[in-house]
Ligand binder design. Structure first.
Ligand code: FAD
Ligand code: NAD
Length: 446
């Protein structure tokens, strides 16, 4: 007899899990409940969809509901909100949002992939019509519509993290005047100081005004009142971080872990046998520290989902750990990082050494070459690479993955400094910038 699987959440982690289950057990009944109207979209592309006048939200959808049903045999139920889970009865309670009817369904195995929600700071005015968060495809559609219809001229972005910085570029492309307010003293505090300076310079060169150490006091109709002054705002974007959607799990008696995310083992199984959790609602194991951590990234959500789906379908798989590889585009710059920052390495009890260098993206004599700043961190005790960060006009976003591979494999700085990397003048100098950084760091670790 085939098994019955229920998956809660139909984006990166949920659909990865559902697809894996169907691959392993084609005859299984797999039901995905998604409270929204879309499944399987690339949230990561929303800043570029918003800034593209020809942008069509349909292009962000990786798998339509019809294709999931007809081609993959997954029983996707959109506009279905899961209200509760009873692990004892192996039953999920849900509401059909269109009819308003409440129902329940039994399962053999359950995957929770409820993602994360934007943090909404408790500030007066956050519910105003011109204040947006950017998380779901509907958020992206709403922002684009507002800009097209209301033609705002001034934007205030609250938060200088990933979304704040990506959206600064997006709004700028649309001709908006942008002010970013951030409560910390600098943007992206896990980056090396020199790289942060380049981030700040890039924002300044592109006319983005920034205010750090700034608290928002309230939002008025067309104004944001802060401790650094009042800023006119026809549109306000809240980009103040995310929190895991773990309430359903908690209410069902499932243990929570780091940052309030659902606690899981390396099989992505929760504290209740037969219930798995994956994606932004779940914690991860950090591959370098071996400790639990929270990594709300699409790269990780897809892998979590795959591992959870395989284990749910009784095919052993393990999540090998995250090293927080991430990158983003900031106007004409690529910015990327992997592993631990210097501060994190100290907090985790390593004896870290950090170096930073500037090298060229291409060989001498090649016309189109640009500086790449590389910061690399190694551990004095083991000699291993702990982290790396980079910024530059070109050749950064993919280059970080070389270092990520070495960190993932536990290579020492010395081993890495002699990696056999390809070279041709348009693509790198004969000693690649990451190898130059490793050689300098290797000298300091002696
Ligand atoms: P989600 O995408 O949050 O999906 C969870 C789903 O569960 C939601 O659709 C929700 O409606 C549903 N759900 C929740 N509760 C219930 C319930 N009770 N009943 C039914 N359904 C429910 N990551 C990267 O790695 N690289 C990037 O470049 C990148 N860029 C990003 C840019 C933006 C603007 C944003 C917002 C995110 C970006 N991310 C990026 C992060 C990435 O999008 C997320 O990590 C990823 O979407 C997480 O997938 P998920 O399936 O775990 O969660
Ligand atoms: P974030 O954690 O990257 O940044 C939030 C920023 O808001 C922080 O700098 C924080 O100090 C600031 N902040 C918080 N409360 C504030 C307040 N009241 N006033 C002023 N500043 C405040 O979160 P995000 O930008 O919302 O993005 C959410 C998540 O989405 C990220 O953590 C990341 O995992 C993912 N993401 C990744 C990418 C990428 O990989 N390229 C792009 C976008 C989003």
């Amino acid at each position: 007899m085939s098994n019955k699987y229920v998956v809660i959440g139909g984006i990166a982690a949920g659909m990865s899990a559902a697809s894996r289950i169907k691959k392993v057990e084609p005859g299984a009944e797999v039901i995905v409940f998604e409270k929204g109207e879309f499944i399987s979209y690339g949230a990561c592309s929303m800043p570029y969809y918003i800034s593209n006048p020809e942008g069509d939200y349909k292009d962000l959808i990786v798998l339509t509901v019809d294709d999931a049903r007809n081609k993959r045999g997954i029983d996707v139920r959109t506009n279905h909100l899961v209200l509760g889970i009873s692990p004892n009865e192996k039953r999920v309670f849900y509401k059909e949002l269109i009819s308003g009817k409440e129902k329940s369904i039994d399962y053999d195995r359950l995957v929770i992939a409820t993602g994360a929600s934007p943090v909404k700071p408790p500030i007066a005015g956050v519910e105003n019509d011109n204040v947006f968060s950017l998380r779901t495809l509907n958020d992206g559609i709403a922002i684009k519509k507002f800009i097209e219809e209301k033609k705002p001229e001034k934007a205030v972005i609250i938060g200088a993290g990933y979304i704040g910085l990506e959206m600064a570029e997006s709004f700028k492309v649309l001709g908006l005047d942008i002010t970013i307010v951030e409560m910390l003293e600098k943007p992206m505090p896990n980056y090396n100081e020199k790289i942060i300076d380049t981030i700040l310079k890039t924002l300044e060169e592109n006319g983005v005004k920034t205010y750090f150490n700034t608290t928002v006091e309230r939002i008025e109709e067309n104004k944001v009142i802060t401790t650094s002054g009042e800023f006119e705002a026809d549109i306000v974007l809240l980009a103040t971080g995310v929190k895991p959607n773990s309430r359903l799990a908690k209410d069902a008696g499932i243990e929570l872990g780091v940052n309030g995310a659902i606690a899981v083992d390396s099989k992505m199984e929760t504290s209740i046998s037969g219930i798995y959790a994956a994606g932004d609602c779940a914690e991860s194991i950090h591959r370098i520290t071996n400790r639990k951590t929270y990594v709300p990234l699409g790269t990780i959500a897809n892998k979590h989902g795959r591992v959870a789906g395989l284990n749910a379908a009784r095919e052993l798989a393990r999540f090998p750990g995250a090293i927080k590889s991430a990158e983003f585009k900031l106007f004409d710059k690529e910015v990327a990082s992997c592993g631990l920052s210097l501060k994190e390495a100290v907090q985790e009890g390593f004896d870290p050494v950090e170096i930073s260098i500037t090298a060229s993206s291409a060989a001498h004599g090649y016309k189109y070459r640009y500086p790449i700043q590389v910061a690399m961190i190694g551990d004095k005790k083991t000699g291993k690479i702990l982290g790396c960060q980079m910024i530059g006009k070109t050749g950064v976003a993919h280059r970080i993955n070389i270092v990520a591979t070495a960190i993932f494999n536990g290579n020492t700085v010395k081993e890495f400094s002699m990696f056999d990397l390809a070279y041709a003048p348009p693509f790198s100098p004969v000693w690649d910038p990451v190898l130059i950084a490793a050689n300098v760091l290797s000298g300091k670790l002696k």
